[in-house]
Design a protein around this ligand. Structure first.
Ligand code: ATP
Ligand code: MG
Length: 224
């Protein structure tokens, strides 16, 4: 059986993904600052909300509403009615926000089309190399496992953004979050900055599609 897809509305990316985001698994997006992870999440959230389905948006960057305004324009109020936004201020709060979003999604009282966690690893990064590193890893793993289970149970797309660290030896940008996250994500996308407003999306991992890449452009009202 071919799983359903959630079209992103960005034709190059939808082609790369065989129609769109998988709705029964977690999609990880990693990439350097400014590569467009947040814009992409807002773009897809806007699209889902406009169709009348609900979006759980867990935002650790505190920028979503302002930036959503430039994408949604006059529709902002209508979009916000479908957007269940939470702004946790540490990893424990993030874990609770994810647990709540998953529980309400599975309860099924409202049709939920998307869960976004952006950035999924900003607070986790702060705990690395500290005394509480193991606790942080466990908190993150539990939250990710819950997202994966919810995607599967409720056929909802999950977008989880991840930050990067620079491997000096390899000269590459590597995702945080450890091997656990890389196994939990059935689709992994890397966003690269290209000159100007161009960005490249690289399909790093997919369970049914070959590796490949696509491009999009950042415009004043979102993505093109
Ligand atoms: P980070 O890892 O720092 O969160 P990101 O990958 O989420 O970065 P975005 O925040 O999506 O990246 O930014 C993508 C591009 O959009 C950047 O080049 C940035 O300059 C631009 N940008 C940021 N804020 C706005 C805005 N309010 N309106 C238009 N463009 C913006
Ligand atoms: Mg961001």
């Amino acid at each position: 059986m071919v799983p359903d897809r959630l079209a992103t509305g960005i034709s190059s990316v939808d082609r790369l993904l065989g129609g769109g985001l998988e709705v029964d698994s977690l999609t990880e997006i990693y990439g350097e600052g400014g590569s467009g992870k947040t814009l992409f999440c807002l773009h897809v959230a806007h699209r889902v909300a406009r169709e009348g389905r609900w979006v759980f948006y867990i935002d650790t960057e505190g920028v979503s509403v302002d930036r959503l305004r430039s994408i949604a324009g006059d529709e902002l109020d209508r979009i916000l009615k479908r957007l269940l936004l939470s702004t946790p201020s540490n990893l424990e709060e993030q874990g609770r926000a994810i647990a709540t979003a998953c529980a309400l999604t599975r309860e099924g009282k409202r049709p939920v089309g998307l869960i976004v966690v952006d950035s999924g690893t900003a607070y986790y990064r702060l705990s690395l190399s500290g005394a509480d590193e193991d606790d942080a890893r466990q908190t993150l793993s539990l939250a990710v496992a819950e997202l994966v289970a919810t995607a599967l149970a409720s056929h909802v797309a999950v977008l989880f953004t991840n930050q990067v660290w620079r491997s000096v030896r390899e000269g590459t940008l590597e995702p945080l979050g450890g091997s656990f996250l890389n196994h939990a994500a059935k689709t992994i996308l890397r966003f690269d900055r290209l000159p100007g407003n161009r960005r490249r999306v690289v399909l790093v991992k997919h369970r049914a599609l070959p590796e490949g890449s696509a491009e999009f452009r950042i415009t004043p009202s979102g993505l093109d």
